[in-house]
Design a protein around this ligand. Structure first.
Ligand code: ELE
Length: 294
């Protein structure tokens, strides 16, 4: 059964600490609205800007709400990643995940393989690969994943669906998720395992509805909704989607998630106004379709 997984936003206070109360409230709302799992410390959660202690704090807070968690531990200090992986033994979660060690150019493939194998060796839980070549500069593709040979699953953030399908072809036992919001209908139709959808932070109702329609083979209806969702995703990119996610959650879900963490700066008032203007017509359509309440 395909799933919608939310790469959860990390709310920060004005003095730049994790706002635990807001995070918990957000996780509760997502689970209530039918989200299957929560991906903690992802891109949308501004994972690369979090200290290891903060990554663990995020896990603890979300764990108060659900144990359907994939805990992203990656970073540039492998000792921190190993420590977080080991510490996860105290939590009965779905798995741990890591993106590739980023920044360093031209890293030999051998070293990337060693990084992931090391995490697998110490992990008390299944290990998921978070592949996001645009962000990390590294593509741990299906072939390399096969060589690493210890992944329970992958979240592949890439627009090329063949690249994502290849994981299933070469590693049939892996759970394969797309990291793109725009591929929910495609993923369900091709029999993959679901989507890790940033937009499910602010429109869990829509992402869950697209999945359900596609599962019932109401493809035309599912696509219509997918395209409305895509318009919102496009709008979110105008002023930076990582910042806009906070504004859109407030607009669609009605609660404040505080601020992002600079250098992911919050939108200014004018940008907020323009963003809302772009999406309010779509909101009205979603109400008309009875996907959202008035
Ligand atoms: C995706 C990105 C994809 C979500 C995470 C996610 O945040 O951890 O704009 O499609 O490249 O990786 O949100 O963003 P686009 O899994």
């Amino acid at each position: 059964m395909p799933e919608i997984i939310t790469p959860i936003i990390t709310p920060f206070t004005k003095d730049n600490r994790i706002d635990k109360e807001k995070l918990k409230l957000h996780a509760e709302n997502l689970i209530r609205k039918g989200i299957d799992k929560i991906f903690v410390n992802g891109t949308t959660g501004l994972g690369p800007s979090l200290t290891p202690e903060e990554k663990l704090e995020n896990l603890k807070v979300v764990y108060e709400v659900t144990n359907k968690i994939i805990f992203q531990v990656g970073g540039l200090n492998i000792d921190d990643a190993i420590r977080l992986t080991k510490l996860s033994k105290d939590f009965d979660i779905v798995g741990i995940a890591s993106y590739a060690p980023y920044y360093y150019p031209r890293m030999p493939e051998k070293h990337l393989i060693k990084y992931f194998k090391t995490l697998c060796e110490v992990s008390p839980h299944p290990v998921y690969l978070y592949n996001y070549p645009t962000a990390t500069g590294k593509d741990i593709d299906a072939k390399i994943a096969k060589e690493i040979d210890c992944f329970a699953g992958v979240k592949d953030t890439i627009e090329n669906i063949i690249h994502t399908l290849d994981y299933k072809r070469l590693n049939p036992n892996m759970r394969v998720y797309s990291g793109s919001d725009m591929l929910i209908v495609t993923v369900v139709s091709t029999g993959l395992d679901g989507n890790v959808a940033a937009g499910s932070n602010y429109l869990p109702e829509v992402t869950v509805a697209i999945k359900k329609m596609a599962m019932e083979r109401k493809i035309e209806e599912a696509l219509r909704l997918q395209f409305l969702h895509d318009e919102i995703i496009e709008a979110s990119r105008l002023f930076g989607s990582l910042s806009s996610n906070y504004v859109l959650t407030k607009y669609f879900q009605g609660y404040d998630l505080g601020n992002p963490r600079p250098p992911i700066f919050p939108l200014d008032e004018e940008e907020e106004r323009q963003l809302i203007k772009k999406v309010e017509g779509i909101r009205a359509k979603l109400v008309e379709l009875k996907i959202l309440k008035e």
